[in-house]
Write a protein that binds this ligand. Structure first.
Ligand code: HEC
Length: 128
């Protein structure tokens, strides 16, 4: 009789709800990597309004494609450049030169161009 009570106490210790809560609280303290560049560079749904002022047919998917091409093709020789660091005129010239370096086809060129100029305006208009 006494023996079985002890068994119950032992068995329930490991699965006690407090123990479970403690372990998940600990894991939620693990910091997620903080990346300011990523938070600037990821397209967000509100970018669509900006993009469509210039290119009415743009979709969020287009901007995301532009972002992945940018990440993939524009980082072989240098880090990702921040869109807000250059004027519109500068970007037009830079894109001509860099598209050749990155060997973009005309579709990829268009997507990266739209993505960078859209993000540039989004960042600048958010006052960051
Ligand atoms: C083959 C190497 C290479 C690739 C690929 C490349 N770049 Fe560059 N990029 C450079 C070099 C070298 C410079 C600095 C000298 C210059 O302006 O040519 C530079 C400079 C820049 C600058 C700064 C320009 C300035 O006036 O300060 C920007 C912005 C830029 N690249 C964007 C891009 C983008 C966008 C892509 C993708 C479409 C890209 N780069 C792909 C080599 C590359």
């Amino acid at each position: 009789m006494l023996g079985s009570i002890a068994m119950v106490a032992v068995c329930c210790k490991t699965t006690h709800p407090v123990a479970t809560a403690k372990s998940s609280a600990t894991s939620s303290l693990t910091p997620t990597p903080y990346s300011p560049a990523e938070s600037y560079l990821t397209p967000v749904p509100s970018d669509l309004g900006i993009a469509q002022k210039y290119w009415p047919a743009t979709t969020l998917d287009n901007l995301q494609q532009g972002y992945s091409i940018y990440e993939d093709k524009c980082t072989d020789c240098h880090e990702m450049k921040m869109p807000q660091d250059f004027t519109l005129e500068a970007w037009t010239a830079i894109m001509h030169k860099m598209a050749r370096k990155a060997k973009l086809d005309s579709n990829q060129y268009q997507l990266v161009f739209q993505y960078t100029l859209t993000r540039r305006e989004a960042i600048l208009s958010s006052g960051k």
